[in-house]
Design a protein around this ligand. Structure first.
Ligand SMILES: [Zn+2]
Length: 79
C-alpha cells in the first residue's frame, strides 16, 4: 500500500515539475553576457592596456583606452 502511495506521489510530483518547467523555460537569461564576451579587445596605442572596442577612443587610425591618451599621443607627435 505504501508503495502505491509513493508511486502516486511521484507521478503527481513529475507532472507538477513538467508544468513548472514549461512555464519557466521560455525566458532563459543566456543572451545577456554573450555580447560582452564576444567584443574585441584592442590595445591602447599609448599605454598598451587592452580595452573593449566600444569603450575606447579612435583617433588618426589608432586606438586609445581613453580620450586623454589619444590627446597625449597626438600632442607628442605634433611637437
Ligand atoms: Zn591608454
Amino acid at each position: 500500500m505504501i508503495i502505491r502511495l509513493l508511486l502516486l506521489f511521484l507521478i503527481v510530483w513529475f507532472l507538477f515539475w513538467l508544468l513548472k518547467k514549461q512555464f519557466s523555460g521560455d525566458s532563459s537569461p543566456k543572451t545577456e553576457t554573450k555580447t560582452e564576451e564576444l567584443e574585441d579587445m584592442v590595445a591602447c596605442s599609448y599605454c598598451g592596456t587592452h580595452v573593449p572596442e566600444s569603450l575606447g577612443v579612435r583617433a588618426a587610425d589608432k586606438f586609445y583606452c581613453c580620450q586623454q591618451h589619444a590627446d597625449l599621443d597626438t600632442h607628442e607627435k605634433d611637437k
